[in-house]
Design a protein around this ligand. Structure first.
Ligand SMILES: Cc1ncc(COP(=O)(O)O)c(C=O)c1O
Length: 435
């Protein structure tokens, strides 16, 4: 890619984007005005912008395009479904079929409901837990993002550092949410257990992303959470919006061997189209049964476009692709190879850092100390991380400079990884601090 296509006025489409979207974006990215790409199309693991520039895609629609962009099987399924109508808000043949497949595949999924996004899915898991237990509060882990509802964003941004378990509502747009949320350090089972035991009578749920952003769970951490929540009658919720269908057909709960009470899905579930789901133990999911209205122990649940037949058709086609015998060996081996390539680039450029991640996900942390939770992540050189991401973007890698997690897909073959590796070495050199 060449950057000389960028004029001082910025490309026309980027200027138009800046005039209609705050920061010229539909959320996140935080790209400086002169670098904003306005996308035109994508194919496999590459995208093209309105200026005709080609980018290697290492964000993959924030992980929702796990099968790759414009996959012929997804296009065919959507094209076949379209003439029947796009949305009925009622149960459709395809949503029943899809729910049955989720029930078969996901260990905790005795019952399922569809929504349109990961945000709705995690929000509903928490509301179900609150209605089922009659308790008001939720425990989450510092630094976690569970979607754009107030609890989902609380204590993610570190705008106002707190003494745990006090939460920080920065960025939630709802300061009162701090009263509903307790926060624990990820990977610290003893601290989490202490907070839970102290506040058990008011905690409805623990919500955890099994791979916390890009941080792997310490051995025994998820198992410990399972045991303590069961003992205290607290609902254990896995946010599998990222890990679902990415680590295996049964999600991270199958991959790590710990079954939660409820789980939220999105992203890869829809094969790139908008779809979310929440699922769990039948007795908990009964709280959304309309025959219980108005309660007690009832939680309102309705999604106008969640489970629409077109998204379900895409999802069924994606599940067929995920069910191919070599799908997960390909994703996991691409992930291993990719993380190796990142480590090699750090070594080649004599950069102090470490590579995080699992499955087809990876991230570089610029720190000599082990990064295992939010505090150790905050202690890393995040300014260097941002500079690197922007340099990669300049060199034709499409990614999200605000979230440094890199997503692979089934389209990320050796060539795409190699091309990234070369640009990474150049970008590390270009952003190295002067000595
Ligand atoms: C772990 C996690 N949970 C929930 C969400 C929210 O999903 P959505 O953007 O579909 O609402 C995200 C989105 O990035 C996520 O990473």
């Amino acid at each position: 890619m060449t950057t000389d296509l960028l004029t001082s006025a910025g490309p026309a489409w980027a200027a138009r984007a800046l005039a209609v979207f705050p920061a010229g974006s539909n959320g996140e990215f935080g790209i400086p005005a002169e670098l904003i790409p306005v996308l035109e199309r994508g194919e496999g693991g590459r995208v093209w912008d309105t200026e005709g520039r080609q980018f290697l895609d290492y964000t993959m629609a924030w992980g929702s395009a796990l099968v790759g962009h414009g996959h012929p099987k997804i296009r065919e399924a959507v094209t076949r479904a379209l003439p029947d109508g796009y949305n009925f808000a009622g149960i459709h043949r395809r949503s029943v079929e899809l729910a049955e497949r989720l029930q078969d595949l996901i260990p905790c999924a005795e019952r399922v409901r569809f929504v349109a996004s990961g945000t709705e899915a995690t929000m509903m898991c928490l509301r179900v837990a609150q209605a089922a237990t009659g308790r008001p509060k939720v425990l989450k882990f510092e630094g976690a993002y569970h979607g754009q509802h107030p609890v989902g964003i609380t204590s993610m941004l570190n705008g106002r550092p707190t003494v745990l378990p006090q939460s920080d509502p920065s960025g939630a747009g709802a300061s009162w949410v701090e009263h509903d949320v307790l926060v624990a350090p990820f990977n610290d089972l003893a601290a989490t257990e202490r907070i839970l035991t102290q506040h058990a009578s008011e905690i409805a749920a623990v919500i955890v992303e099994p791979l916390h952003r890009c941080l792997a769970p310490a051995p025994g951490f998820l198992e410990g959470l399972r045991a303590v929540t069961r003992r205290l009658g607290v609902v254990l919720v896995f946010d599998e919006v990222v890990t679902g269908f990415r680590f295996g057909l049964g999600g991270a709960q199958q991959y790590y061997g710990v079954t939660p009470d409820l789980a939220a899905f999105g992203k890869a579930l829809g094969g790139g189209l908008p779809l979310g789901a929440y699922a769990g133990k039948a007795e908990l999911m009964e709280v959304v049964n309309e025959h219980r209205l108005p309660g007690p122990n009832y939680a309102w649940s309705a999604s106008t476009t969640g489970g629409n037949p077109v998204s379900c058709a895409a999802s069924l086609a994606a599940l067929d692709l995920y069910s191919e015998p070599d799908c997960y060996s390909r994703l996991h081996s691409a992930g291993r190879r990719f993380r190796g390539l990142l480590a090699d680039a750090l070594a080649t450029t004599r950069t102090v850092g470490q590579v995080l991640g699992d499955g087809p996900l990876a991230q570089i942390a610029f720190s000599a100390q082990p990064v295992t939770d939010q505090r150790s992540w905050l202690a890393s050189n995040r300014a260097r991380g941002r500079a690197l991401m922007l340099e990669l973007l300049r060199r034709g890698v499409f990614l999200n400079p605000m979230g440094t997690k890199l997503y692979l897909s089934l389209a990320h073959d050796d060539r795409l990884l190699q091309e990234f590796g070369e640009r990474l070495v150049d970008s590390l050199r270009a952003t190295a601090p002067a000595v």
